[in-house]
Ligand binder design. Structure first.
Ligand code: NYM
Length: 225
């Protein structure tokens, strides 16, 4: 038996970070010590390069930044597995799904159907990472997300790009749900994030609590392999 690996994904301004921390606090209140993680992890050397790129303090080729985001996850891959095997649940704010959704959304003007970085190319560096047991996709229409105080200054925080990102998240979710292999890792659940914060938090809790209580029988799976 081991602890579950839970990932929370969503567009910018979907309430992901708030929900991740509400969940963490609720677990603590129940006496469950979970590890809160976040990608990009801006504290590592690779994370600092990513941070500088996101703030537009540096320019990087689209392939290079994509691979850095993935490398930032690989830096922590064995630590993730160790924690789960040692019995510590992980709640993670963004993971490989953000990696694909944002990179594969780059440079698709409506006149050209082909993205700068193809979907399959974007997926490949993350193949084999520790697979989450559950992905909660906090879904919100980009026009509503924008109303929540507007987007900040970082790259990607534009309504048109967010709409493409949402489309790729939806594709990832439907591919996961169509998987024939059992048990399916990860299990993908779309949560309506346009609702009041407490309502969303209660739904998130109802999905996470059984995993944390019952724990997981199978070893940590490898993502997409
Ligand atoms: N992002 C995040 C990517 O483009 N690729 C990735 O692999 C990950 C994990 O970074 N707009 C993007 C999504 C966000 C930005 O994330 C920073 P956050 O959660 O705002 O720190």
């Amino acid at each position: 038996m081991r602890a579950p690996f839970i990932v929370i994904e969503g567009l910018d301004r979907s309430g992901k970070t708030t929900q991740t921390s509400l969940l963490h606090t609720r677990l603590e209140a129940e006496g469950i010590q979970a590890k809160l993680m976040k990608f990009p992890d801006r504290t590592t050397v690779i994370g600092q390069m990513i941070d500088s790129y996101l703030r537009s303090d540096s320019e990087l080729d689209d392939h290079v930044i994509h691979l850095l985001f993935s490398a930032n996850r690989w830096e922590l891959a064995s630590y993730i597995t160790q924690l789960l095997e040692a019995g510590t649940p992980i709640i993670c704010d963004r993971y490989a799904f953000s990696g694909i959704a944002f990179s594969a959304s780059k440079g698709i003007p409506s006149s050209t159907p082909s993205p700068k970085l193809p979907y399959e190319w974007c997926r490949s560096p993350d193949i084999g990472l520790p697979a989450p047991d559950l992905v909660l996709f906090l879904d919100i229409a980009p026009e509503r997300a924008k109303l929540r105080g507007g987007y900040g200054e970082e790259r990607y925080e534009k309504e048109e790009l967010q709409a493409r990102v949402r489309g790729i998240f939806q594709r990832l979710g439907s591919e996961m749900q169509n998987e024939t292999q059992r048990p399916v890792r990860p299990n993908w659940v779309t949560v309506d994030a346009g609702r009041e914060r407490k309502v969303v938090a209660n739904e998130v809790w109802s999905l996470v609590e059984p995993l944390v209580i019952n724990r997981i029988d199978d070893p940590v799976a490898k993502l997409w392999s």
